[in-house]
Design a protein around this ligand. Structure first.
Ligand SMILES: [Zn+2]
Length: 586
């Protein structure tokens, strides 16, 4: 997504948004001194190690290390990109991003597209709850769905005919041309446009930025196709979206698992039964893009597909996709002829919980299928080959090794043979391709821009002193001294020295930029200055700086300059000792 916002717009958004208000929407905050504490939304914990500092407008978790400002919080908790997070925060502030976006035609088009979809959601919902929607409401009620969940998932009704939509959208200020581009209308030749969805129950599909990207429509009554999705476009690609993800993602991040189902109604049935971590494919096989979406928030995915032959096939493929993207698949098997929605219509949540708790790994599932097909040698051979092919695509070599071992045990084959065969498969180069793809994605992932790369230990902690720790204390004092004197002192004293970590090097570079800017009239203190652009770097760098700003390395008051000088003394003494030791060793 191309979006370049002037730095002062980003700073303004950060200054006019209270991080406490935003974080409070996700976790319960308790005041503790000058900060707030909460249970971390990014990892599971019993005691609160997640801190929010209103004075510095940052958060920091001392359990998992995550830290940053309101933008990175939103990026992390909602899985948004930097521009998506900025846009979300700008909305309630009445900051007109369109002014900046207008220069980029694609972005202007995207906003218009979402505006058209929002209008359609509203109109179809009105139709659903009006007299016209009686049949649609009756159908859902009959299948066990209540009004609450229908409203929560914004279910709509696109009446047959559809001429009314053309007029209603015009009243909402959506032009015919825009409605056509957004896939709300279709057109054949020179005929007048017609409503794309007619006589269908409508499921709005929201993307990770919570915007309506497109729709799924289920035909009420007889006809084909039973399900219809919005046409594919630059803004709607069903293979890259997961239905329900927008509302489930927090539960998914918290529980570290997701439940994958195939249908819109399956997903809604899960939510109604209290399973908040469900997602559904939008009428496609589970794709690598969808797996990568999930991987941002959780390591494990339960596949809960129909209990028929087609469902089993989809389960095998889904497991392979999950494994290749570094997810751990678990197979939950429904009784023959049932889908999640039908099961929950006749049985309660506990019954489904029981099925999920009996879910097996991919390899035991393959073994089970062999047994169900008579346990013949041919069926076993085929299953082992399938297992090996899947394992070859697993990005983590350690997991690969364990999976091979598991295959050997489950199918009674020597591990050596499996390893040889697996090595041969690797030789195809297929695995390298898959791994390259996954890594490229991880690098560009939620943190955004520059590839983070591993932290470089320039000078590993020697026997004398943990240099990185001493430097951290110095940096922390320099950043917390709003007068900027401690920062100036650090830059002067350490001008000729390499930092102990690559994050330290980056931070010093940013502090040098601050120094130059200050000379040119910049008023922001160093701590705030380096925060303004920390999104340009890796998440590791942002967490490193957040730690310095929020950590307990520094008292609120004190002689910041002296602390920097003391740290420098210690580092110099240590370096001298190291030099002497090296000389003695020669
Ligand atoms: Zn945490």
């Amino acid at each position: 997504m191309a979006l370049s916002l002037p730095r002062d717009v980003v700073v303004r958004i950060k200054e006019e948004t209270d991080i406490v208000d935003v974080v409070r929407r996700y976790v319960t905050l308790h005041a503790a001194g000058s900060a707030f504490k909460a249970l971390c939304p990014f990892h599971r914990e019993k005691g609160p190690s997640f801190h929010v500092h209103p004075s510095r407008q940052i958060y920091k978790c001392f359990g998992c290390g995550e830290g940053g400002d309101v933008i990175s919080f939103l990026m992390k908790v909602e899985g948004l990109s930097f521009p998506e997070a900025v846009e979300t925060l700008a909305r309630p502030l009445d900051i007109d991003l369109a002014r900046y976006l207008a220069e980029d035609e694609g972005e202007g088009e995207r906003l218009a597209f979402h505006r058209a979809n929002d209008a359609a959601v509203k109109l179809w919902q009105e139709a659903f709850w009006s007299e016209r929607g009686e049949a649609a409401r009756g159908y859902l009620r009959e299948r066990g769905f209540g009004d609450e969940v229908a409203r929560r998932y914004e279910i709509g009704w696109a009446p047959p005919g559809g001429g009314w939509l053309v007029e209603a959208l015009a009243r909402e200020g959506v032009s015919q041309d825009l409605a056509l581009r957004a896939g709300l209308f279709g057109q054949r030749g020179a005929e007048p446009p017609f409503a794309y969805f007619r006589g269908r129950i409508i499921f709005p599909i929201r993307n990770v930025a919570q915007r309506v990207a497109g729709f799924g429509g289920r035909l009420l009554g007889q006809g084909e196709p039973k399900y219809l999705n919005s046409p594919e476009s630059a803004y709607f690609s069903k293979g890259r979206l997961l239905y329900g993800f927008a509302s489930s993602r927090i539960a998914i991040a918290r529980l570290k698992t997701a439940i994958l189902v195939e249908g819109y109604l399956d997903l809604i049935a899960l939510a109604q039964a209290g399973f908040a971590n469900g997602v559904a494919t939008c009428g496609t096989a589970f794709t690598a893009d969808q797996a990568r979406l999930l991987r941002r928030g959780c390591p494990t995915v339960f596949l809960l597909f129909d209990g028929d032959r087609a469902g089993l096939g989809a389960t095998v493929k889904g497991c392979q996709t999950a494994l290749a993207q570094g997810l751990e698949p678990r197979v939950a098997r429904l009784p023959q002829g049932e889908d999640p929605a039908s099961l929950l219509q006749t049985r309660d949540a506990a019954a489904l919980g029981e099925i999920l708790s009996r879910a097996s790994g991919y390899l035991p599932f393959l073994r089970e299928l062999v047994e169900e097909r008579g346990g013949t040698r041919v069926a076993k051979e085929r299953a082992v080959r399938r297992a090996l092919e899947s394992i070859a695509q697993v990005p983590d070599p350690i997991r690969q090794a364990y999976l091979l071992q598991e295959t050997a045990e489950l199918f009674g084959i020597g591990l050596g043979i499996l390893e040889r065969e697996s090595a041969r498969l690797h030789g195809d180069g297929r695995q390298a391709a898959v791994r390259g793809g996954a890594d490229a994605d991880a690098a560009g992932g939620a943190s955004g821009t520059a590839a983070p790369g591993p932290s470089r230990p320039v000078a590993p902690a020697g026997p004398w002193l943990d240099r990185a720790a001493v430097e951290a204390v110095m940096f922390a004092h320099a950043l917390r001294d709003d007068t900027g004197r401690a920062a100036g002192e650090l830059l002067r004293l350490r001008a000729e020295r390499a930092c102990a970590t690559s994050e330290g090097d980056l931070l010093r570079g940013e502090m040098l930029r601050w120094q130059a800017a200050r000379a040119a009239g910049e008023e922001a203190p160093p701590g705030r200055f380096v925060q303004a652009e920390w999104h340009e770097f890796s998440a590791a760098y942002r967490c490193f700086v957040a730690d310095l700003l929020a950590g307990d390395l520094v008292p609120e008051r004190g002689d910041f300059v002296k602390a920097v000088r003391d740290g420098h003394e210690r580092l110099e003494t240590d370096a001298e000792r190291e030099r002497r030791r090296a000389a003695a060793a020669r």
